[in-house]
Design a protein around this ligand. Structure first.
Ligand SMILES: Nc1ncnc2c1ncn2[C@@H]1O[C@H](COP(=O)(O)OP(=O)(O)OP(=O)(O)O)[C@@H](O)[C@H]1O
Ligand SMILES: [Mg+2]
Length: 582
């Protein structure tokens, strides 16, 4: 063996076996073939190693060179991440596209972060201060809304010798320690290793998304994990994108994993143009996109999840609320399956590797709210929302089942709802939020003391509707008592007026929690008032024919400033109508 050089013995799709690899180590970054394709060692036996290659292996031949780098596959961290669009191994996509057209040239060696750009570094330490891993050395205004904290890297500690304010690139020294250690704003972190956190703390606040069915019925906690399983075309991508736009997170990491290129291109084109409804600033000022579409190499898709998570944890460590959106974790699982089969591992259920569940578990495990290494008084969080694409919409398949065990919030998308164009097509009968009880105090204090009771009532009405519609199916509408017909009308108000929400409507796409409270209490007022009218002997037919019903259903389209007046007049109109009828 000369200078860390091995040779190719076998090529099987993304898995390349190399000989003469004595001394190599797991996860070592290698350069394979004459084009120097990027790869990572994933198995070692004697002096042979199996390398997962992150680029198209077409044209690799036996006997070709395998260069060992002695480094781990790492994510580069530092100012300049926000607003970037990366592939699965953190190569900037627009830069690559600029250089080589629309495709990524194989073996392309590009810098993950801009080396020329200067950032204004403001020190947070002074000579004589003692620093340790995780402590903040200084800050950089990365975007108008993100202050990037430059943290002491892992394994570094000592007494500060110099720390000066000034404009620096990410490779310039910003702080020196006694003894000569120079620290830059750029760090590297092994893509396979979760960034540590101190103890996790209980999840007590929701991550508001502006989506009524989510925030009201099935909230996700800040630091929680949710899955969105749904068949073809049921609205997974739109829901992920809507959350990327409106969630009250500080940082959004959007991982487009194995989805169709044109769909991802839509996202890539759309998001950079959008502004944040909360601040009016461009959304990219808090967003990082990682794109590995179905036509890109399968191994890089496998890595994309880890690249995204590492960046998420890095911002968590600055104390931010980070949300990771992954679309779709099924395509990631398929990448695992393909690589596993190339390695000739013993397959588990439906050909997925036997470690599928533990890999998925390890991914969702990384969600959480935690105290931070080096700054135990501060907290940060990572919330994960993963789409799952079960073939044929069958939730009993392995990826959905394994994900289900990890996630505390489950938004099950329903083909029938999507078919009726009821979006988001979250089926309220099968979905759940296990964290709801832990969040109820937050809702009581911040939204309304009655919130819990209101939500309970909504669930009860929808449940009752389900039972009644079974009856109607068998014996017809005429068999129902008036009180039951009124109940069905109430359920319709909740379903169509409240739960249904258009991601495309300028007013309706985002609904603040205050507005949710206003709308929900209005609908429940009508549910009660209709029942009372029926008790006073007014027929269900008359009640249901209330002329304001359509306006009531369209409450969501009413601009905020007209909402109060509109609700007031609808209530009065209904009272008058009932009086007349009675
Ligand atoms: N919240 C929504 N509001 C309005 N329309 C929606 C909404 N969600 C989905 N749709 C409609 O449904 C279509 C399909 O949605 P989407 O692409 O998100 O499905 P998907 O589950 O990601 O599909 P695939 O399985 O192909 O990835 C969208 O193009 C849009 O027309
Ligand atoms: Mg999709």
């Amino acid at each position: 063996m000369t200078g860390g050089l091995g040779r190719i013995i076998k090529v099987s799709g993304p898995a390349v076996t190399a000989g003469d690899m004595l001394g190599c180590f797991m996860s070592e970054l290698t350069r394979v073939g004459d084009n120097r394709l990027m790869g990572e060692i994933i198995r070692i036996e004697g002096d042979t190693a199996v390398i997962q290659v992150y680029e198209d292996t077409l044209g690799l031949s036996v006997g070709g060179p395998v260069e060992r780098t002695g480094e781990l596959l790492a994510v580069e961290l530092g100012p300049g991440l926000i607003g970037s669009i990366y592939d699965g191994i953190q190569r900037p996509l627009p830069t690559l596209a600029d250089k080589w057209g629309d495709f990524i040239q194989r073996g392309a060696d590009v810098k993950r972060l801009d080396r020329e750009r200067k950032w204004k570094f403001i020190p947070a330490v002074k000579p004589g201060d003692r620093v340790e891993w995780g402590m903040v050395l200084g800050t950089v205004q990365e975007t108008p809304r993100v202050v990037h904290k430059i943290m002491t890297p892992k394994g570094v500690s000592g007494i500060v010798e110099t720390a000066v304010e000034g404009d620096f690139t990410i490779t310039d020294t910003v702080v020196t320690l006694e003894g000569g250690r120079a620290i830059t704003m750029r760090q590297k972190w092994n893509v396979r290793e979760p960034r540590p956190r101190l103890d996790r703390i209980p999840l007590t606040e929701p991550l508001l998304t502006g989506q009524r069915v989510v925030d009201t019925l099935f909230p996700i906690a800040e630091g929680g994990a949710a899955i969105i399983p749904g068949g073809f075309g049921s609205g997974k991508t739109v829901l992920e994108q809507t959350i990327a736009k409106y969630a009250q997170a500080d940082i959004i990491i959007y991982i487009g994993c194995g989805e169709r290129g044109n769909e991802m291109a839509d996202t890539l084109n759309q998001l950079p143009k959008l502004t944040d409804p909360h601040t009016g600033r461009p959304l990219m000022e808090r967003t990082i996109l990682i794109a590995n579409t179905s036509n890109m190499p399968v191994a890089a898709r496998e890595a994309s999840i880890y690249t995204g998570m590492t960046i998420a944890e890095y911002y968590r460590d600055m104390g931010y609320k980070v949300t990771v959106l992954a679309d779709s974790t099924s395509r990631w699982a398929e990448a695992l399956r393909e690589i596993s089969s190339r390695l000739e591992e013993i397959p588990g259920e439906e050909g997925y590797p036997t470690y599928l569940a533990s890999r998925l578990g390890a991914f969702y495990e990384r969600a959480g709210r935690a105290r931070l290494v080096g700054r135990p008084d501060e907290t940060g969080s990572v919330t994960i929302i993963g789409a799952v694409s079960p073939p044929g919409g069958d939730f009993s398949e392995p990826v959905t089942q394994a994900s289900l065990r990890m996630a505390s919030t489950f938004w099950g998308l329903d083909y029938d709802l999507a078919h009726q164009r009821h979006f988001p097509a979250i089926n309220w009968l099968i979905s759940f939020s296990l964290t709801y009880p832990a969040l109820s105090a937050w809702y009581a204090v911040n939204v309304s003391p009655d919130w819990g009771a209101m939500v309970k009532k909504v669930h009860a009405i929808l449940q009752k509707e389900e039972e009644l519609s079974e009856v109607v199916k068998i014996v017809g509408m005429d068999s129902l008592e008036d009180r039951e017909r009124i109940m069905l009308e109430g359920a319709r108000l909740l379903r169509e007026g409240y739960l249904r929400q258009s991601a495309a409507h300028p007013t309706d796409a985002f609904c603040s929690i205050k507005r949710q409270e206003k709308m929900l209490s209005t609908y429940l007022f009508f549910v009660d008032s209709m029942a009372q009218a029926a008790e006073r002997g007014i027929s269900a037919e008359t009640i249901i024919r209330f002329p304001g019903m359509e306006t009531l259903l369209r409450l969501k389209e009413t601009p905020e400033e007209d909402m109060g007046a509109k609700i007031e007049s609808l209530r009065n109109e209904f009272n008058l109508y009932v009086e007349k009828a009675g």
